[in-house]
Design a protein around this ligand. Structure first.
Ligand SMILES: Nc1ncnc2c1ncn2[C@@H]1O[C@H](COP(=O)(O)OP(=O)(O)OP(=O)(O)O)[C@@H](O)[C@H]1O
Length: 264
């Protein structure tokens, strides 16, 4: 691998004696799709929270583009190029789609509080720029036609894409997606699948937690399997799918059948 963009090394945290994540390491390069899978309670979301700074690890380091960001708070990680989506939708349902994306733009900008307060002309100009950027992002995720629709009126698959658009507003180098296709039907999942592949191709390192094994096997360059907080296997989807330990611990009969179907 060329210089990894995201380099997670020996990271871990315990909750009341339970090691939710223990000695996990992985690296992700620009343009890669890296998926984290594992049974319920394996530590996937906790690992995301450690990587994005919501939890402070009790050990290990997180490096982004060579810089140690282990102690950097989440909002500053966004500014240094790390964005994420959440397992549960974090959408403002009374705002329009474009306004939701504008919120994402604002979170990653360094606007002056005083200028905002006084409503200086530069702020109006900035708002126009932000709006244009948000509209371009909606176009990118295939929601241009729904830009002015209230988010509350959008179908579920569109909301999941709206979340991705909002995360992309930060111009991330690394995008972490927590179950981007959860609750989506086959058509919506396919749209998200294509979107993730396009985002990676545009030069973003994508890290994914996903239960939809078909999606994982189809779009991942590499897969990390967690079990009880620890890494069980890591490698290309096919190798992971055929790993007997993984089959025993996680995939089981149903999972390997799904993965077989994904590969045709
Ligand atoms: N804030 C917390 N306090 C205490 N225990 C926690 C906390 N967060 C997670 N855990 C525990 O850590 C372990 C890992 O949980 P986590 O939610 O990261 O798993 P997961 O792989 O994301 O599961 P799922 O697939 O169900 O989302 C579980 O045993 C969970 O109960």
């Amino acid at each position: 691998m060329s210089t990894p963009l995201l380099d997670v090394s020996g990271i871990g945290i315990a909750f009341g004696g339970v090691r939710a994540v223990d000695e996990v390491s992985f690296k992700v390069a620009t343009g890669e799709v890296f998926s984290i899978i594992g049974p319920n309670g394996a530590g996937k979301t906790t690992l995301f929270n450690l990587v994005t700074g919501i939890y402070r690890p009790s050990r290990g380091t997180v490096r982004l583009d060579g810089a140690d960001i282990t102690a950097v708070p989440p909002h500053l990680r966004v500014r240094s190029g790390m964005a994420r989506t959440f397992q549960n939708l974090q959408i403002f349902f009374r705002m329009t789609a474009v306004e939701n994306v504008m919120v994402g733009c604002a979170l990653s900008e360094r606007t002056s509080f005083l200028a905002d307060l006084l409503g200086l002309p530069s702020v109006f100009r900035q708002n126009r720029v932000t709006r244009a950027k948000a509209l371009a992002l909606l176009e990118r995720v295939g929601l241009a036609d729904l830009a002015e629709a209230p988010a509350g009126a959008l179908p579920y698959g569109a909301l999941k894409r709206l979340e991705i658009a909002r995360a992309l507003a930060a111009d991330p180098k690394v995008l972490l997606l927590d179950e981007p296709a959860a609750g989506c039907n086959a058509v919506e999942t396919e749209a998200i699948d294509n979107l993730i592949a396009a985002v990676a191709k545009s030069g973003v390192a994508v890290v994914l937690i996903e239960h939809d094994m078909k999606l994982v096997m189809k779009i991942s360059d590499r897969v990390l399997v967690l079990a009880q907080g620890r890494p069980l296997a890591e490698g290309p989807p096919r190798a992971v799918r055929e790993n007997p330990q993984v089959i025993a611990a996680y995939l089981g009969d149903i999972g390997s059948r799904e993965a077989d179907r994904a590969h045709g």
